[in-house]
Design a binder for this molecule. Sequence first.
Ligand SMILES: *[C@@H]1O[C@H](CO)[C@@H](O)[C@H](O)[C@H]1NC(C)=O
Ligand SMILES: *[C@@H]1O[C@H](CO)[C@@H](O)[C@H](O)[C@H]1NC(C)=O
Length: 341
Amino acid sequence: MRFIELLLGAAAVTSVFAAPTTDVATTSVSKQRRKSKFQFTGVNESGAEFGNKNLPGLLGKDYTWPVKSTIDTLTGKGFNIFRIPIMMERVIPTQMTGTINATYFQGLTDLVTYVTGKGAYAIIDPHNFGRYYDKVITDTAGFKAWWQTVAAHFKDNTKVIFDTNNEYHDMDNTLVAQLNQAAIDGIRAAGATSQYIFVEGNSWSGAWTWVSSGTATGMAALTDPSNKIVYEMHQYLDSDGSGTATACVSSTIGRERLAAATAWLKANKKLGIIGETAGGANAQCISALTDMLSFMQDNSDVWSGWLWWGGGPWWGDYIYGMEPPSGTAYTGVLPSLVPYI
Ligand SMILES: *[C@@H]1O[C@H](CO)[C@@H](O)[C@H](O)[C@H]1NC(C)=O
Ligand SMILES: *[C@@H]1O[C@H](CO)[C@@H](O)[C@H](O)[C@H]1NC(C)=O
């Protein structure tokens, strides 16, 4: 989500992915409740990336942490993955090769421990758009160091997922691929070898432009000694695909926008996930969303799941709000998505 992100400083994502069934055999309750074929279905839980124009910012004023009771409610609905947007600068201030800010990091580890303690996956999502202090990251070694430092703290938690960065955009495609590879290398060098790594592409990691915009350039060639890369793409269903309108283009726009990316995943034998999607609480969008999720289930050899955008305590009456008990999507869309969780 880009425009909303600028306005509100936060966003939510849901991602799901299909993996070998043996892989999540230990996932307990949330797995057993699944109705869909997806391995992962979830919600973005915003808050800790808010106020990103004010770094480091103050807890409770500029940013907040997602609410644990929301995790309880949503896992009760069957969701098993939560994307936790954070700011790179709040985790490691001043320079990417620096040291962790223990105060902010404690908030992150507390939430990650809570989510994974419930048997769900926690995605650590630096919501930085490929920037550090607003400058495009070109220092791949520094980026690798940031990830190596962070991943070392989670190396023994197999339910943690590392999302290299949220929505790279207006960057060189080759640089984006290099940054993804640097993150993978740093994470594995930290001894975190069991976890999934979600990679994202340029052009806001949009699925609809993954092939046509050249986002795919260099991405199929990423290598991981643990072979646990998942391609995270985002897809909204409004006219400009930005996720800022309540209206959806048509009842089939989702499957249409995923067609080329689906073919790319199949041709390259890769696994994908829709890390962010949403639509307004209206009949057309609900048709478009369920049609897209049905299409993804039909192609669950390459689509592992989806994540809704977004939950979090500070969204108010946001058009896509998934925060219980009264979020717009929580009350108006979620009941229609139950078969796809
Ligand atoms: C989900 O998180 C990503 C990265 O933090 C952000 O860009 C996006 O806007 C979020 N989506 C929602 C719906 O909040
Ligand atoms: C560390 O994080 C806390 C909480 O966000 C913040 O108040 C403090 O200023 C940060 N310190 C540095 C050096 O960024």
